[in-house]
Design a protein around this ligand. Sequence first.
Ligand code: SF4
Ligand code: F3S
Length: 106
Amino acid sequence: TFVVTENCIKCKFTDCVDVCPVDCFHAGPNFLVIDPDECIDCTLCEPECPANAIFAEDEVPEGQEQFIALNAELSKIWPSITEVQPAAADADAWNGKEGKLDLLER
Ligand code: SF4
Ligand code: F3S
């Protein structure tokens, strides 16, 4: 399965949802997650993310392993998202900032 990691937080560009053939993205207030039970490992979303936040489960960067469980948990709670939305005005400024996990809104 593929996993959305920390750099999506407060960027939420949503380019990823446009290419997913099985619509497995789910959206919270400032972060997106992938439902691991729906993802078919097509790899299409990974290069679409301007924040490089999407990784195969076994390639999640060191220190971000907790996002595997977060995607599984939050995808069951948050609604599905299938259409690109405008990113927040300050999304580019947050791209690459560290320590964003504390800013994740549920
Ligand atoms: Fe969707 Fe494919 Fe990305 Fe999985 S790898 S979330 S199926 S686009
Ligand atoms: Fe997030 Fe990247 Fe998608 S920033 S919303 S995973 S395009």
